[in-house]
Structure formats: C-alpha cells, structure tokens
Ligand binder design. Structure first.
Ligand code: CKX
Length: 599
C-alpha cells in the first residue's frame, strides 16, 4: 500500500484526518540532527504552519534562503474506532527530499518534492497515547535531483541555492498531511481507459487490490443513477448515450469500486469522480473526443505571496475564475506536478492540463534564461551522474502518471522543460526516458516536452521523440526586444519556416512566450517592461502563430508574476505574468480575453 497514491476518500471502510496546523520546526545547518536523534523530538523548535513554504515566513535572509537539512515535528492521537484498521500517513509532497519517522522509528525516505509520500504507521503506532511524527527534509539541489541545480558556500560558510531554473526553490511541507485508516484488505489503485462507439462509451477498468477477493465496479451519473456495473478486477462498463467530458463543459460520473468476499461482505470501497473523454493526436491536430481542440491559456506556477508553493483553495478558486474570464481552456503545470487539488478543480471546470514532471534545469546554467538562446553548450548529459539522474527522472514520471492518470483534465505528459537537446548524449538519454514512459500510462496520452531556443529544428536531436512539439520562444524579449521587434518577427518567421519545411505532420504548441511587464509602467509609444509593450509583443507573436496551421496552441508565459532567485533581470521575481502576483489583470489580460473569445 506504500505504492498506493489514491487520494484520501472517506466512507464506511476508509477514514482520514488532516494533520494540518502549527507544527514544530528546526533548521539543521550542520546536519547534526541524525547523530543527535532529533527523530525522537526537536531540541529547540520554532513553530511553523503546515502546509507552508518556510522561506515566505521569516524576516532574516538566513532563514528565507536557508539550504540544507531542516526538521518538522507534530504529535497526534489515533481516533477512536481505528483499532482494527491499517494506519498510514500521507503527505501531498515533501520538498525536495525527506525521511519520515514515527515514535523514533524510520518509516520511509523519498526523493523529489512534488509528489505524495505515504508511510505505514501500524507497526509503530501507540493506541490511546500521543504519537510523535518527525520529518527530516533537505532542499539541496544537485545534478541528479529534479529540478536540477547546485549550491554555493558563502565566505561565512552559509550555503545558498543556485538553481538552474527560474523559480524560487521553495521547500517544506507545502501540501496537506493526512492520517489514513484503511481496511486490512484494500483497494490499492485503479485506472480507466475509454473507447468511443458513436454516442456510446466503453469504460475499461483495471483495479489493483492487496489480495484476491472479488471486485465490483459501478458507474453512477451526475444524478447518482446507476448507468453500468461489472464484476472483476478488469472489465468494461458500457455507457449508452454517454455524457462526454468536454472543455469548459465537464460532465463527471462517479466510479464506485468495492472489494468483496465470496459471500458478498464488503471489505473496502473507493469512489472517485471521472470524466469520459478520449485524447489523441491525428496529423497536426489535437483531438478531444475526436474533435480538434486549440489550446489557449498559460504556463502556471504554484506561487503566491506568503504562501509560496503552499496549496490554497482560495488562490485556486481565484485562478480558475481568472482563467475562465480570459476564455482560456488549458494550462501547463510548469515545472512540476502541482497539488492534486488543482487537477480535481480542473476536472470540475473542464480545463485541460499538460502535466509536467520536475525535469527542469537540465542545462548547467544559473542564468538559464540568458544561456537559453545564446547557443551555449554546457555538456549537461555527459557527466558520470547521468544514470542516477535518469533513474530519478523515470521514477518521478512514473509517480506522476500513477497519481494523475485518472484525471480527465490531464491530456498530455510533459517530460522536460528546456533541457540541452542538441547532443547525441541528450538523444540517448531522452530516447530511454520516452520509451520507458510510454509504458506507464494506461490511457497512452501524448508525450511531449518544452524546447527552448537552442533546440532549433536543424540542431535539436530530441523533437522526433515528441507526439506533439512544445516550443518556448522569446522573439521580441530575450531576442531582439524593444525597438528590434520588427527584426524579432522576421527571425521568428524564419524559424517557423524551418519547422514547416520538415513537414513533420504533428501539432506545435507554444508553451512559453512572454515579456516581463511592470503593472506600474505605461508608455506611449511602448517600451520594454511597460504594459503597452507586453500587448505589442503578444500581438506580434499571434501574428506569427496565425500563419501556420500546425500551430495548435498558445500558452502564455506566465499566468501570474512569480518569485524567483534574485538577479539583475528579475524585479522581485519574474514579471511576465498576465496577472500580477496578487491576481489582478495587466492590460494584456483584456487583449487575451478578446482574442480567445473567438480563437
Ligand atoms: N523559460 C529563455 C523557463 C521559465 C522561465 C522563462 C523566463 C524561461 C525562458 C527561457 O521557467 O521563467 O525566463 O521567463
């Protein structure tokens, strides 16, 4: 069950309790916590909220920019009635890596900061007494971690992060923590795949359980009426006149899975909301339920003042309202899997998601936005640690797909953002990544990855691996910005002509294009950083996109301004947001709203 990433669900057989609240917390800059047995209790703890990103909370640089080991601790009591069940603790994520202890005993370790961590508690738990949960985390970056980066030691001996990526390396327990009570014999996982038979749908299911008891699967419509049922761990539900899950018109069914003994006694039940839809690439089109769909929307970060990367329902609600208002239909979870609740919300609202693994920073550069496009080659895929990186990359792709595979909103998996793709080493690396990843998804959704400017059609060795090509391009910003924008348009057209000449017969989606813009700046005529220039820049890009039929999507960088490491080209973060960090519109938002009304 450690492998069961099923989202918590409460019913007669399953129960959960949130452990969110004020926890104990301690930095461990000399990494002495293990030797001093902090797993038994922290010696001098502070109090911090869980979930939370610790960097947003404190007033000292040393705390905000802290890099190294740090610890969390809380006490909990096992609720009455949970005595005969199996007990688990489930973290939505632990960033970047962690070891979990309960009552002084190590339960599990986990690498990677954006996917759930589950640990079995039953063997260490004390009923009718307080239990101590302690987590040791570490937020260091290296070239085998995802995302990639390094650190620097300052003259004082203090470590600071040097990410090879452009967002603040927020860390901590940033998503909810649950105590779970599950039956002794349980449903471990399930997956669904869909086939269209004119107006009818076939829903194929595959259920994994911890033993060989029998399984019943029922499908209820939005009114709770039974529409199909079947027995067995694998099988097919036939749904006559199915309600298809459509963009901005989501219809969700309830799937109810029961695990039963031969005599019909129910041992476990898991239910979930699923949408029936198909996704495929056909020539230069992206088809949803057999019909072409043009992707309109944003690259998104999990980022908000004070919260950092903490999931928050109110921020999510506001973001979906803004995306609906702007007539968007899609977003990319750049550059890591977001909290599960984002996907649940997208399922309900009918938004499409390109789900991205944290494979960002695969270019050895701490100013990657400068290096990207300069032609700089950093030998990233030539180092001896590449096998460890690859194993970690595959592990995280697998965990992402296991976690998110049943969300109708997820239409594609993005397996990288802006790696160095111009060498034979990269080709070998990504060939293995894509070949293995193709086996993980029961729905066989398209695989893609976002390519930066150095990955030109005549240089990139990896684009043939992608089912549709995602391009991040900044003609008019990093390349020929401001007064040079005319030249930028020409250069952009020239590159597009090269893609066209390849006759690839696959869609191209722009997953990034954007201009840093300060909401305070207005300029007539426009100049870089002003709101007028952001509009002018976007219009130029649209002019180019609209010349090519194979361009099948435009996701602006970025949905909202977000925090990054400090740098001369960053003004309290990256300011390419169409909305401010506080989620108010810049002028470009009104322009996009108008374009996307009819696009
Ligand atoms: N793409 C030239 C990755 C994003 C950055 C974006 C930017 C870069 C551009 C690469 O994570 O934020 O610099 O705005």
């Amino acid at each position: 069950m450690e492998n069961s990433l099923l989202y918590p669900c409460n019913n007669r057989y399953r129960d959960s309790r949130l452990l969110d609240g004020l926890w104990q917390f301690q930095f461990d800059p000399t990494a002495k916590g293990k030797a001093q047995h902090w797993e038994k209790g922290l010696p001098q703890p502070l109090k911090v909220p869980v979930p939370g990103s610790f960097s947003e909370l404190f007033t000292k640089e040393q705390q905000r920019d802290y890099v190294g080991d740090f610890w969390y601790e809380t006490n909990f009591f096992v609720p009455r009635g949970w005595e005969q069940t199996t007990l688990w603790v489930r973290f939505g994520s632990l960033t970047q890596r962690a070891t979990v202890y309960c009552n002084g005993v190590e339960l599990t370790t986990h690498e990677g900061g954006f996917l759930p961590v589950i640990a079995a508690l039953s063997s260490v738990i004390r009923l009718n007494q307080e239990n101590k949960l302690v987590v040791q985390l570490n937020n260091e970056l290296n070239e085998t971690s995802l995302p990639c980066g390094t650190q620097k030691i300052l003259p004082s001996g203090r470590k600071i992060a040097k990410p090879y990526f452009d967002f603040f390396n927020y860390a901590g327990i940033q998503r909810s923590v649950w105590l779970l009570s599950l039956p002794q014999v349980a449903i471990q996982d399930y997956s669904v795949t869909f086939q269209r038979e004119e107006e009818n749908a076939l829903v194929n299911f595959d259920v994994q359980t911890t033993d060989s008891n029998s399984v019943q699967v029922r499908l209820l419509d939005a009114q709770g009426k039974l529409v199909a049922a079947a027995h067995g761990k694998q099988g097919t539900l036939r749904v006559p006149h199915a309600h298809w899950w459509q963009v901005r018109n989501a219809y969700l069914y309830q799937i109810v899975i029961q695990l039963k003994t031969e005599t019909g006694e129910i041992l476990d039940e898991y239910s979930d909301r699923i949408g029936i839809r198909t996704v495929e690439i056909s020539g230069t089109k992206i088809l949803l339920n057999g019909k072409p769909i043009y992707l309109k929307g944003f690259g998104k970060h999990e980022d908000f003042a004070i919260l950092g990367k903490t999931f928050n329902w109110s921020v999510a609600k506001r973001d979906f309202e803004l995306m609906k208002w702007s007539n968007a239909n899609c977003f990319r979870t750049s550059h890591y899997p977001h909290a599960e609740e984002w996907y649940q919300f997208a399922d309900e609202e009918g938004f499409l998601i390109i789900d991205e693994v944290p494979a960002v920073g695969m270019m050895r550069s701490t100013h990657n936005y400068v290096a990207a496009g300069s032609g700089k080659y950093t030998h990233f895929f030539e180092t001896p640690t590449v096998p460890q990186l690859k194993a970690n990359h595959l592990q995280q792709i697998n965990e992402m797909i296991v976690r998110d595979k049943n969300h109708p909103s997820v239409i594609a998996w993005s397996l990288f953002n802006e790696p160095e793709t111009t060498s034979a080493y990269a080709k070998e690396y990504f060939t293995e990544i894509f070949t293995k990843a193709r086996q993980y998804d029961p729905q066989k959704r398209p695989l893609t990855g976002a390519l930066e400017k150095n990955s030109q059609p005549d240089k990139c060795q990896c684009f043939p691996l992608l089912d549709f090509i995602c391009l991040n391009r900044y003609y008019g910003w990093y390349i020929s910005g401001g007064a040079d924008i005319e030249e930028a348009e020409q250069l952009f057209q020239q590159e597009m002509e090269k893609w066209k000449a390849l006759n690839l017969n696959v869609p191209i989606v722009f997953t990034e294009f954007g201009a840093d813009t300060l909401p305070s700046e207005h300029k007539l005529p426009s100049s870089m950083w002003s709101q007028e220039y952001q509009c002018k820049y976007l219009k130029m890009n649209f002019h180019v996109f609209d010349n090519y039929d194979f361009v099948q999507g435009e996701l602006v960088w970025c949905f909202a301004d977000f925090q990054t490491a400090e740098a001369i080209m960053r003004v309290n973060g990256n300011r390419k947001g169409v909305f401010t960090r506080e989620r108010q519109p810049k002028d470009a938002a009104f322009m996009l709203k108008q374009r996307w009304e009819t696009k």
